[in-house]
Design a protein around this ligand. Structure first.
Ligand code: GDP
Ligand code: MG
Length: 722
């Protein structure tokens, strides 16, 4: 091809959409028919003249899809990938717009600049179909031209748009990255970097597109990949079969079906908000979903139902979860007491009872509650309702300078409850605009992730017995409110820029499969337990050591020993009185020892900073530990309380200890909940922020900005409620 790329245009489309008619009108006699090298699929090539320039045209074989099921599809795809036309005129039979767009989406996923030529407008009009082109252009981001190929209407406009587009884009646009739901998205996120790193076919296709093809079990791509790099191909296939098995067991479906569903979901929303009028056919495929959506995503009813659903979820979680919570608490009580009494006094005893059982036990005791919450979450996700949540929130998000696609990262980070900021921050990759992506990354950690939830549950249980659900609900809403306000401020100040348009994908509703819900629930719960047994265990031991050593000086110890001797030898006291006084002395000694431990010193050093927020230095230790992982807030409070008191009830649940401790008031609890919700993201999240933004600057921003914000707001709260 000697012509510059922007003078080489391909015509693509479904069979019988009018491609050849258009091609013949463009090229007249200047065409020749040949076979695509090595394959007996007819291919027409020719030249058109427009505004004094010569344009080379190719008429691609008609296909409904680009999945390589047929030779036609393989050829169409190879021409698009290898010959690289500057742009493609996508000839569409407007009467069946939805089905025709299925091919367009796939070309957009390949990163090919398209002009949507809405052909057969005469027929469409006769059928009463009307189209709002401006809206369609906005929704797709593509130029749209009405056309009647048989009469020659719109042909020049389409070609002119294509040449302009080719000039502007140089033959490549940023590939459309659709979300295909949590399971497929996770696999894509895992596969894409592998493909990029191995440079597997990336000279021809976008990495994410290749990954999608692997998941669609595309033989053409997989065989090309095997030839290029067998080891990497095998690695990718392994990930694919894992997802495939998972989808089969949890949802009785397979990746291709899900991917197709989401593509249609996208098309569906592209055609919504008034683009298309009078096309009954469009409504057939998803009648049930549509009817449901009329209510569930209704402007007024939608948000009301959403709030009701979330409230119900919280209510049920807390009400049902309270029973197992008490059982587990008494189990750990018993464990603490028996281990404590079986083992002889000493550092090892203290490590196991105060460090491990009180620390990790505090985290584990919330497993049943968390599990119930995860179960509701799985139902919301598997049914397709979660996508609607995003849809409903979209309007609100725009007001705050975020993108509609920011919602999924928020939800993954714990927007509903019990997520994790790490995949949340990574999920922001689906955002195209770097600025909106950055704003999303920096605000997603304000959500109520699974590690923060135990803190809220603990204090809600102690101080808000009568309206636990409302308070927990309020905490979640506060997370959203702060995230949105901070995003707004960031988008007005350091991350300024215009919002980009967004089209929401709505997959059809499905009945959740019970086994699927159970598996999803268990997967998340197991993650939680595993983390408690590994990372949190490790940090608990470290913090126990920091709270125990260097300990009291010998002199101080001797002082307590002699105090006890005085009590023993005092014949004026009854045995009961003696015991009482000894416990008193023991407690003072324990507090004293915690005082002069390493952690005690650190906790006290920052005490002036946190005094206005109502945190004592034990809480400070817990909060500092919480930067390592948020679960540590609970485990450290558990250890601190366990170390600080050695009376007969030392082993009772943390909640009971806090209830009895007169230093703890509602104001402290509110302040601590606000602080925990908002302060610095945990260590892993900070590292992921560095990796995703590529800059330490944003890691430090998250660390210090969030800390300052949390401190300020918790201070205000404490001073207000004190
Ligand atoms: P291809 O398979 O995409 O190459 O489609 P063709 O160009 O062969 O067209 C299929 C049929 O649609 C032919 O009978 C054309 O005459 C007819 N056709 C093409 N464009 C139009 C149009 O704009 N309006 C109408 N009513 N018919 C058209
Ligand atoms: Mg044809």
């Amino acid at each position: 091809m000697t012509l510059p790329a922007n003078h080489f245009i391909a015509i693509a489309g479904n069979p019988n959409s009018g491609k050849t008619t258009a091609f013949n009108r463009y090229t007249g006699a200047r065409q020749h028919v040949g076979n695509y090298p090595g394959i007996t699929v007819e291919q027409k090539q020719g030249y058109a003249h427009l505004d004094g320039i010569e344009i080379s045209l190719v008429d691609l074989p008609g296909t409904y899809s680009l999945t390589a099921y047929s030779m036609e599809e393989v050829v169409a795809r190879r021409v698009l990938a290898d010959d690289r036309p500057g742009a493609v005129i996508d000839v569409i039979n407007t009467g069946v717009l939805e089905r025709n767009l299925y091919l367009s989406v796939q070309m957009m996923e390949m990163g090919i600049p398209l002009v949507l030529a809405l052909n057969m407008m005469d027929e469409a009009k006769a059928h009463g179909i009307e189209i709002d082109y401006k809206q369609l252009e906005q929704n797709t981001g593509l130029p749209c031209v009405p056309m009647i190929a048989r009469k020659g209407d719109g042909l020049d406009e389409a070609l002119r748009s294509a040449v302009e587009l080719a000039k502007k884009t140089n033959g490549r646009i940023k590939p459309l990255e659709l979300s295909f739901g949590p399971d497929i998205d996770a696999a894509l996120l895992e596969m894409t970097p592998i493909i990029e790193e191995a440079k597997l076919l990336t000279d021809r296709h976008p990495a994410r597109w290749i990954a999608t093809k692997f998941l669609e079990a595309d033989e053409d791509v997989i065989s090309l990949a095997t030839k290029a790099d067998r080891a990497t191909t095998e690695k990718l296939n392994k990930i694919c079969s894992k997802v495939a098995t998972h989808l089969n067991t949890t949802a009785k479906t397979y990746p291709e079906a899900i991917i197709a569903d989401y593509r249609y979901g996208w098309i569906h929303s592209v055609l919504s908000n008034g683009v298309l009028k009078g096309a009954d056919e469009l409504m057939e495929r998803t009648v049930f979903s549509d009817k449901l959506d009329l209510v569930l995503t209704h402007k007024v009813a939608g948000p009301v139902i959403l709030i009701a659903v979330l409230y119900a979820m919280y209510f049920l979680t807390i009400e049902i979860g309270n029973y197992p919570l008490e059982w587990i608490n008494s189990l750990f009580d018993w464990l603490h007491r028996s281990v404590g009494s079986v083992m002889s006094e000493g550092p090892l005893n203290s490590l196991i009872t105060d460090g491990i059982i009180a620390g990790v036990g505090g985290v584990l005791s919330f497993v049943p509650l968390i599990m119930i919450m995860f179960m509701f979450l799985a139902v919301l996700e598997d049914s397709g309702y979660m996508a609607r949540v995003a849809y409903i929130m979209d309007r609100i998000f725009r007001l705050f300078g975020l993108h509609g696609a920011s919602i999924m990262p928020f939800i993954i980070a714990g927007g509903i409850a019990g997520g994790c900021a790490v995949p949340g921050v990574m999920g922001a990759r689906t955002l195209r605009s770097p600025k909106e992506r950055l704003a999303t990354i920096l605000t997603a950690p304000f959500m109520t992730c699974g590690a923060k939830i135990p803190v809220f549950l603990l204090f809600v249980g102690v101080f808000f017995q009568d309206n636990r659900t409302s308070v927990l609900f309020l905490v979640t809403l506060s997370g959203w409110a702060v995230a949105l306000i901070v995003a707004r401020i960031l988008r007005w100040t350091i991350i300024k820029g215009e919002p980009t348009p967004f089209v929401m994908e709505l997959p059809p509703y499905r009945y959740p499969v019970l086994s699927g819900v159970l598996i999803h629930t268990w997967e998340r719960t197991w993650q939680y337990i595993k983390k408690a047994g590994t990372v949190i265990l490790g940090i608990s031991i470290l913090l126990w050591a920091a709270m125990t050593y260097p300990g009291l000086t010998d002199e101080a110890k001797d002082n307590y020993i002699s105090q006890r001797e005085v009590v023993y030898n005092n014949s004026a006291l009854t045995d009961e009185q003696k015991e009482e006084q000894i416990v008193e002395i023991n407690n003072t000694e324990a507090k004293d020892s915690l005082d002069c431990s390493l952690a005690g010193k650190v906790g006290k050093a920052v005490a002036p900073l946190t005094a206005l927020s109502g945190f004592d230095w034990q809480t400070n230790i817990a909060l500092i530990g919480g930067v390592a992982a948020k679960e540590v807030v609970i485990s450290t409070l558990g250890t601190a309380y366990s170390l600080g008191e050695v009376d007969a009830d030392a082993s009772e649940a943390l909640a009971d200890k806090i209830k009895k401790d007169s230093h703890w008031t509602k104001a402290n609890a509110i302040s601590l909940m606000i602080f925990t919700l908002l302060y610095s993201p945990c260590f892993v999240t900070l590292m992921v922020i560095k990796r995703e933004t590529g800059k330490w600057r944003w890691t430090f921003f998250s660390l210090f900005f969030n800390l300052a914000l949390a401190l300020a707001l918790s201070t205000v709260a404490y001073q207000m409620f004190k």
